[in-house]
Write a protein that binds this ligand. Structure first.
Ligand SMILES: [Cu+2]
Length: 339
């Protein structure tokens, strides 16, 4: 028979477990498509990684986790990966299972199952990487698109509708976007507008940055930190949505479709966002004390030399002794004449 104390402890543990589950649902899992040159540089992804040169072999990594907090999970099934070329041809890609170093949901380092696939960029324009990933634990199927852009003014293909079961078709060209730009698009399910659906919007962080920003959100918004991790908007009757991507980095936009055989059908679009261009005028750098002292000294010297200059050029106080001297000389001369 359990004592009252034991029962109380069990109740606390159960409450904790329920809270952990809820917290897990609140911040969103996403299937990530990250182009990278090597396994070691995946997490340092920048918008430029989504740009390619003609003839280049591009490797894309398929990862599963919470982009904002930089939390990773093992991929539970093999993702299907294809690339849709600018001319409309589709190539199925072979995936390779890999392990990547990252962080688990308790903040511990670990290695996680992920996949990668490579293809050659043999056409100028936009190659669309298309991934379908099923995760029974999360009761989710992701249909993810990311654009690899190649060639000056070759803005061809980014808005293509591929006929995926669930799909986001962008209205805003998803490259050359700066922080603060609005991303707009349309969510489709079975080729029809997905109306009144939740759209989650989340920015990726490298690990150290993710840990810091999560801590800050927990301090500043203790009543609901995940509201800062995962932003939410909705589609209208036409399946259309808009959201302002206010920071540079890699953004994940996911529209929640219907549940089919216990799995929610979600479409995801990945949007790389550049820093402001032209670069914002550099605010006067927060000067160090030494720099401030040096500036004060320069100003003092300038003002001193200006004063000296004024004294020479105009009848300032410097002229008074001279005038008095002149009066004395005049007085002496007049006095001598009278004698
Ligand atoms: Cu999640």
């Amino acid at each position: 028979m359990k004592s009252g104390k034991e029962a109380a402890i069990i109740a606390i543990l159960l409450a904790g477990a329920v809270f952990a589950c809820t917290a897990g649902i609140a911040s969103a899992h996403f299937t990530m498509i990250i182009p990278s040159d090597s396994d070691d540089t995946i997490w340092a992804v920048t918008p430029e990684d989504y740009i390619a040169e003609l003839g280049q072999t591009k490797t894309v990594y398929i990862l599963w986790g919470h982009p904002y907090e930089h939390i990773s999970f093992d991929m539970a099934s093999v993702p299907e990966v294809s690339v849709r070329k600018p001319d409309g041809t589709v190539e199925q890609l072979t995936t390779e299972k890999i392990s990547v170093d990252s962080m688990d949901e308790d903040g511990n380092p670990g290695t996680f199952t992920a996949y990668k696939a490579s293809f050659t960029v043999d056409q100028r324009g936009d190659s669309i990487i298309c991934v379908r990933y099923e995760d029974k634990d999360q009761k989710l199927v992701d249909y993810v698109k990311a654009i690899i852009h190649c060639g000056e003014e070759q803005w061809i293909g980014w808005d293509a509708e591929l006929g995926e079961k669930a799909e986001i078709v962008p209205f805003t060209r998803p490259y050359g976007l700066e922080q603060g730009f609005v991303f707009t698009g349309k969510a489709l399910y079975d080729a029809s507008a997905l109306k009144d659906a939740d759209v989650e919007v989340e920015k990726y962080h490298p690990q150290a940055e993710g840990v810091t920003v999560v801590g800050e959100a927990e301090d500043m918004f203790p009543y609901d930190p995940p509201m800062m991790f995962t932003r939410v908007t909705k589609t209208d009757a036409g399946g259309e949505f808009a959201y302002t991507l206010d920071e540079p980095g890699i953004w994940f936009v996911g529209a929640y479709g219907p549940e089919v055989e216990g799995l929610t059908q979600r479409s995801v679009f990945i949007v790389p966002v550049l820093a402001a261009f032209p670069a914002e005028e550099e605010a006067v750098a927060p000067a160090g004390l030494e720099e401030l002292k040096a500036r004060v000294k320069v100003l003092e010297e300038e003002s001193r030399s200006k004063q000296a200059h004024n004294a020479e050029g105009s009848p300032g106080f410097g002229m008074i002794p001279a005038i008095i001297g002149l009066l004395i000389v005049l007085y002496l001369v007049i006095k001598r004449r009278r004698q």
